[in-house]
Unconditional design. Structure first.
Length: 444
């Protein structure tokens, strides 16, 4: 392995989803093993990596504007190496090197498994590397002792890619086809996270329900994998994201009552409430099926929190279609929602559809939807005042002075307690509630 002088520093800017957070942790450990140390800011770095997202136009613009800001640093320090990794890097490939002379590295998410090679080339002064092969298997984590110490929660990717090709979505084009990781690698990674002090693991995949691994004469599907992880000593909480409504099996619903540390929360994106739009999106379920699954979840685990993703202004979405989305939101009463305006992605089939919705209409639908959701979220949060919630204590809150943790339903709670309680589960009596957080007092 090629070791840098101790003074070489790296800075990683992460955009996008938890997959990118996970990949940035992978890159950081690889760099630490290569003799780099973390820089407190981009100004102090010798290597800057921008881990990008291209799911909508907005994160793409964010990546370009961050790159623009980094360019001025290169004027002052010509030895600075700047790389773009992740989904936008995959999407644009060599075009990025042509457009941005300051850029040295362009590496897609599936190429991370070969990032050591890229680093060796860069360290050998062969600048300007592009790597965007999509057929590679997900990497095994690189270990760096103590990397996770001090962290109570961590992500663990169990699969890469997606085969669903929803008509609006770029993800299958930039993350490649679905590949599951061997269950033994996943268990080993969970074991090492727990040994470093992690107490809550979120399993990641674009569609975790499709997890499948065959080995030792057995087949592991997602509920079976969850069952094994649920038995690991020292793991206080297990979560997963994202599951696709079309594949939400009874077996998975049963897992919530069967597995002791699986949190009573599911993120189940519905995207639209109109069957006509769902069909155009290629989602593979109707609003009736979605509502049935929600009912089945609530019957099996009454306190389950349900969160979701939704978009407005899909091509051809009428006022009536949009009303059906609002109606579904009212019927389900989601704990919280991630809501987006439809954004054309080059290469997807929705991009070629007629009936594009004008920007001001999308904006006003998004506002109406978010106003409705705010009302619902506040009401659900206020209903928790006076109740005792089991909270995993995570660390000092961002504002300072308080400690923060999350309920099983994934709501943030702030309170005062001793730092020595970080990493433990405690009962908290909820005293106040707002749209985004709760406040309480330790009660045990
Ligand atoms: N695999 C997950 C979604 C990953 S992308 C799933 O199937 O649910 C995260 C969210 O971004 C999606 O749920 C969707 O709501 C949103 N999204 C994806 N493509 C989009 C686009 N072209 N325009 C607007 N929002 C989009
Ligand atoms: Fe995109 Fe659909 Fe795959 Fe989710 S399931 S990543 S929305 S194609
Ligand atoms: Fe995630 Fe964005 Fe890629 S949402 S999978 S980082 S396109």
């Amino acid at each position: 392995m090629n070791h840098r002088s101790l003074s070489a520093k790296f800075y990683i800017k992460t955009m996008g989803c938890q997959m990118n957070d996970y990949d940035s942790d992978y890159l950081a450990r690889l760099l630490l093993n290569n003799g780099y140390s973390p820089a407190g800011s981009p100004e102090q770095a010798d290597l800057i990596l921008i881990n990008t997202c291209t799911v909508r136009a907005k994160p793409e613009q964010k990546a370009y504007s961050f790159l623009g800001r980094m360019s001025s640093l290169k004027e002052r320090n010509p030895d600075l190496i700047i790389g773009m990794v992740g989904c936008l890097a995959q999407m644009k490939g060599p075009e990025l090197l042509r457009r941005f002379p300051v850029l040295d590295i362009v590496v897609g998410p599936r190429e991370l498994v070969r990032f050591q090679r890229v680093l060796d080339k860069v360290q050998g002064k062969s600048r300007r590397v592009v790597a965007t092969c999509l057929d590679l298997r997900p990497p095994n984590p690189v270990s760096f002792r103590g990397y996770f110490s001090g962290r109570v929660t961590a992500n663990l990717s169990i699969m890469q890619g997606c085969n669903n090709f929803c008509s609006y979505c770029i993800v299958p084009h930039v993350r490649g086809r679905e590949v599951s990781r061997p269950h033994r690698e996943i268990l080993a990674e969970a074991g090492s996270l727990i040994r470093e002090g992690v107490r809550e693991i979120t399993l990641l995949g674009q569609n975790v329900n499709s997890y499948r691994w065959q080995g030792d004469g057995k087949t592991w599907d997602f509920p079976r994998l969850l069952g094994e992880l649920g038995e690991m000593g020292g793991l206080l909480r297990l979560r997963f994201t994202t599951s696709h409504p079309k594949d939400l099996s009874e077996d998975l619903i049963d897992s919530f009552s069967r597995i002791r540390n699986l949190c009573a929360h599911i993120h189940l994106p519905f995207q639209a409430g109109s069957n006509r739009i769902l069909k155009l999106m290629g989602r593979g379920y109707t609003r009736e099926i979605y509502l049935e699954r929600v009912q089945a979840l609530r019957k099996s685990i009454p306190p389950i929190a349900i969160t979701s993703d939704v978009m407005v202004g899909f091509p051809g979405e009428s006022e009536r279609d949009f009303e059906l989305t609002l109606d579904l939101i009212r019927r389900v009463g989601f704990d919280s929602l991630f809501s987006f305006k439809y954004s054309d992605r080059v290469g997807t089939s929705a991009e070629k559809m007629g009936g594009k919705v004008p920007e001001p209409v999308k904006a006003s639908r998004l506002k109406a939807l978010q106003d409705l959701q705010k009302e619902i979220s506040i009401k659900l949060n206020k209903a928790l005042v006076g109740t005792l919630q089991q909270v995993l204590i995570e660390g000092p809150s961002k504002k300072g002075g308080e400690i923060t943790g999350r309920t099983e339903s994934n709501k943030v709670v702030n309170f005062i307690c001793d730092q020595s309680m970080i990493g433990q589960l405690h009962k908290v009596l909820i005293k106040h509630a707002s749209l985004n957080s709760l406040w309480g007092e330790i009660a045990d």
